[in-house]
Design a protein around this ligand. Sequence first.
Ligand code: DGT
Ligand code: CA
Ligand code: CA
Ligand code: ZN
Length: 586
Amino acid sequence: MTNADVAALFEQLADLLEYRGENAFRVRAYRAAARTILHLVEPLAVIRADPARAFTDLDGVGADLAVKIGAILDTGRLQALDELTDAVPAVVFQLLRVPGLGPKKVKLLVESLGIESLDGLEAACREGRVRGVKGFGEKTEAAILKNLEFVRGTTDERRLWEEADGVVGAILEWMRCCPAVHTVEGAGSWRRGRDTVGDIDLVAVAIDHDSVMRHFLRWEHVAGVIASGSTKASIRGPRGLQVDLRVVSAGSFGAALQYFTGSKEHNIQLRSRARERGWSLNEYGFHPLASGVHATCPPTPTEDDVYRALGLAWIPPELREGRDERLLAAEGRLPVLVGDRDVRGDLHMHTTDTDGEDTLADMVRGAVARGLEYVAITDHGQRVTMAGGLDETRLLRQWERIDRLNESLGADGPAPIVVLKGIEVDMLEKGGLDLPDHVLEQADWVVASLHYGQNQPRERITSRIIEAVEHPAVRVIGHPTGRLINRRPAYDVDMDAVIAAAARSGTFLEINAHPSRLDLDEHHAAAARRAGVKVVISTDAHSVRGLEVMRCGVLQARRGGLTAGDVVNSLPWEGFRGVVAMKTRA
Ligand code: DGT
Ligand code: CA
Ligand code: CA
Ligand code: ZN
């Protein structure tokens, strides 16, 4: 069970309680616990394994909830939810998955229209029956139709890259314990750094195939064997993820790693290039196309050999999507992609002054430990009341503390890090920002984000964001499209217009590195690059652990073809201080 799985169970319980009109206090308690758990970067199992800690240390988790969490970790189930589930019609669960439909609305739809399925809801929307229900209107009806499309397009089968990455790390470690394994590497969409992963693919070279297969199937996390043979096997692993293993000979390793890394589209491009040279290409290597020809083909012990034989530079896996990478590789024009070590600063993070879990001092210590040269503290502005957003007085007080912190950091010798006075302002529903200009002018770093009124029509959302882009104090737009992978679609926004405005005004766009945001996504990141807009990769950390997700943002930037030069926070402090100082823009 991942933290997200546990949080989802509590959310479902809260939904069902609310659907049945039960005690609002209990509903809120479960929701608060779900939020806390979702925000933890550390797995609940790790907390439980630590004798010095208890679930009751977590915000909003009392004795009763702590017991429930333990039971979920043991059994994968929440008994209270199982009991309620039987008492609620099945369609309720489907309807609750539609973004924008909460328990109260679902109850109205079920009871007044007799909706029995997603199809039934779609028909009711198309026939204009939903707008007749109290509390619904034409706009809600249109929003439901759009969101129904989203629900249908999303299965829970694809997991966030970071979740898959945890499983890949564990299985590689296990496979490397096997004496018969010579080499084993992860391939597939995980290696390409896609934002979500369907299943995990491993490629191994082994001395003795059988003992490798036996070792694989003996992994403690195998929940079921899907297929097993002497060269390939598939298991159901932790978190429901399928893991495919291929075992090949050392001479085929390069070809196999290349083949199983994919993507399919990229492989098709390589095969057609191989054909031009009179070869076929598969997971075992190159072979002559014409039968009876005994010409020798290039050997493929490494991936580099495969690309070199085709007259191509080695292509980073993140670019292997069958777009323009083959052309760029043939002409030696592949971008030198930004890497984890290029990142020098983190310009979006929260503290206990709003909805963060760790204090200002702890966040800064965490950033120093990660080797960062500068950070911006960007707690929420006052509009985000739910998170205890800062008004002018509280913000100025925080900035005084940051001044003092910087002084003390530099007290004996050079400071290990520069702490910038920042803020994450909210773009208000009716336009404008949630803190006055005279305050924003005093900030070192202003992130502007849109958290409310996400269902407004395209023109409204777009003009709110462009207004923020053009605001002289705003340096970067936070999570510009608002998507939450597998949970909520992006808001309806004209990103071409936003990117064009950012290019005109020199405003940056964020790649939010949180594994379920990754926003800008790879396509928008690439579009920003083409338009000459620089991006900022930020963690939006709400805890010290949250700082670790930077690598997920870097992967997304790499998939967008970004170089260090495209990423503002790859500048060393000496260069970045000039960016901070540059407040008035053309
Ligand atoms: P996923 O698992 O849906 O996130 O995406 P991938 O890319 O990991 O896809 P997967 O697991 O089906 O296959 C791994 C790689 O193996 C894929 O990227 C390319 C290669 N591959 C698998 N099946 C085929 C196929 O039928 N034709 C070709 N050309 N390549 C294939
Ligand atoms: Ca895969
Ligand atoms: Ca696969
Ligand atoms: Zn934030």
